[in-house]
Design a protein. Structure first.
Ligand code: HEC
Ligand code: HEC
Ligand code: HEC
Length: 128
């Protein structure tokens, strides 16, 4: 009823496609590469639980953007009692001082490319 040859070729192509990221990493010599996250020097804690930040930091950034852009609501008091600006460049990157050694480590690894930096300033670039 079906063509076993075609099914096998189909399966092989499928296997090849789903393992492309793996082969790509082998090809560029990064098969055992894992993100190396630079720890902030000036703080022990993030502004939310670490687990929350790892999984949901993009949601927090979206909330902040909506608060600022829609309601001009620019500050928050975090769980540590500190008042902070709801700002991607001024707050997140004041602790995570190197976008390259922190944010990009994960994003490059996972192939995520947030477009935020088209407009938002990466602090190191200010002096250039
Ligand atoms: C007051 C300093 C500080 C600020 C401000 C800050 N962080 Fe953090 N962040 C940390 C520290 C310290 C850790 C590591 C905590 C740990 O190891 O438990 C961390 C952890 C994280 C993690 C988890 C990393 C991992 O290992 O999975 C993410 C993601 C993150 N931060 C993103 C952000 C973003 C996005 C912002 C802005 C919305 C932000 N941080 C603001 C200090 C900060
Ligand atoms: C522990 C790994 C990790 C770190 C560190 C990290 N991210 Fe992410 N980031 C992710 C993952 C995973 C996604 C979401 C992928 C998805 O859901 O599509 C993501 C998505 C995002 C998005 C949404 C992108 C989109 O196109 O939807 C933004 C914005 C973002 N991260 C900002 C940051 C910033 C700013 C930092 C550094 C302060 C940072 N991230 C650090 C893992 C990380
Ligand atoms: C087309 C340009 C543009 C892009 C792209 C963009 N933003 Fe913004 N964003 C703005 C402008 C303009 C404001 C308002 C600035 C103000 O009033 O301080 C803003 C404000 C914000 C704020 C609050 C103020 C601050 O200093 O951070 C956050 C948080 C934010 N954006 C997050 C993001 C994230 C996360 C992304 C990527 C997923 C992103 N933005 C992409 C233009 C942009």
């Amino acid at each position: 009823m079906y063509d076993a040859g075609k099914v096998t070729i189909g399966l092989l192509i499928f296997l090849l496609l789903v393992t492309v990221p793996f082969w790509y990493n082998v090809a560029i010599g990064k098969a055992d590469y894992a993100p190396q996250l630079e720890k902030p020097a000036n703080a022990e804690q993030c502004i939310r639980d670490t687990e929350y930040m790892t999984a949901y930091h993009m949601n927090l950034l979206n909330e902040w953007r909506d608060d600022v852009v829609r309601n001009n609501d620019r500050f928050e008091v975090a769980t540590d009692g500190q008042m902070r600006e709801k700002s991607l460049s001024n707050t997140c990157l004041s602790c995570h001082t190197s976008k390259e050694k922190f944010c990009d480590q994960c994003h490059d690894y996972l192939g995520v490319e947030p477009y935020c930096w088209d407009c938002h300033v990466i602090p190191e670039e200010l002096g250039q």
